[in-house]
Design a protein around this ligand. Structure first.
Ligand code: SAM
Length: 237
């Protein structure tokens, strides 16, 4: 079963026992994967549910619901100051594989990138593809970019951390031991130039705890992946 191809289906495509496939999905299933009538694949709604489905003409039949248990025990929001170029693509892809729940791109004082609306659509597509590939039950939400200050005040999670490479801060791994199941965690990582002192102070004032990811300075693209790796190692259920 796990070898079957997974594709994300929008709720509006489900019509009782049938899935109305889009031309793009049909092209992918028939031309790229070379599936024919009667062949099976997994339809996922991206919100926790999977079904075994069977291709039939321009539609698919829903055969049975499947049990999927690939999610972490905690909900993780990654707040990332946008890095230069296309580096955010890799952050979205790898952190989706590692189990992130929500990705919040933020514009900080030292952020250089000004993302276009097309970029956000691209990141959402990458999150969907990575969720399909890594057998996630949920497709992470990719939020519209907002200023760092707006992002700081929009979270009510009980566990909030801001990663800072300089200073004598506790290691993230020591701060997340014993997190209870269903906890909500927010973790913020900075841009190439790092956080400004003022940003760090504002985050602390807003309830974020500064944490270290070790004694080496990681690239802006590496830090979120390391943070997610630590969280996924400790919060796997
Ligand atoms: N230019 C900054 C400096 O020299 O301190 C480095 C910024 S680093 C490339 C980008 C971001 O990754 C930082 O803002 C921080 O959030 C995170 N980061 C990198 N290394 C880290 C570490 N060892 N511990 C915690 N966070 C780290």
């Amino acid at each position: 079963m796990s070898q079957l191809q997974r594709i994300a289906i929008a709720p509006s495509q489900f019509q009782q026992e049938l899935i109305l496939l889009t031309s793009q999905q049909l092209h992918y299933l028939r031309r790229v994967l070379r599936l024919g009538d009667g062949d099976r694949f997994i339809a996922m709604d991206g919100m926790g549910k999977w079904w075994l489905a069977q291709l039939a003409g321009e539609q698919a039949r829903v055969l049975e619901p499947l049990v999927v248990e690939t999610e972490l025990g905690v909900a993780i929001t990654l707040m990332v100051a946008l890095p230069k170029g296309n580096a955010f693509d890799d952050i979205v892809r790898f952190c989706t594989e590692l189990g992130v729940t929500c990705i919040a791109p933020v514009l900080s004082d030292r952020t250089l990138l000004k993302p276009s609306p097309q970029k956000v659509e691209r990141w959402r597509r990458i999150a969907q593809e990575a969720a399909e590939q890594s057998e996630r039950a949920f497709i992470p939400t990719v939020l519209e970019p907002v200023s760092f200050n707006t992002a700081l005040t929009s979270s009510s999670a009980t566990h909030r951390f801001i990663c800072e490479g300089r200073g004598n801060y506790p290691h993230l791994k020591d701060m997340i031991q014993g997190l209870s199941v269903n906890s909500e965690v927010v973790i913020a990582t900075g841009p190439e130039g790092g956080w400004t002192q003022k940003e760090l102070e504002c985050a602390i004032a807003a309830g974020f705890e500064p944490v270290s990811l070790g004694h080496r300075i990681l690239r802006a693209v590496t830090a979120p992946i390391v943070a997610l790796s630590l969280l996924s190692a400790i919060c796997e259920v």
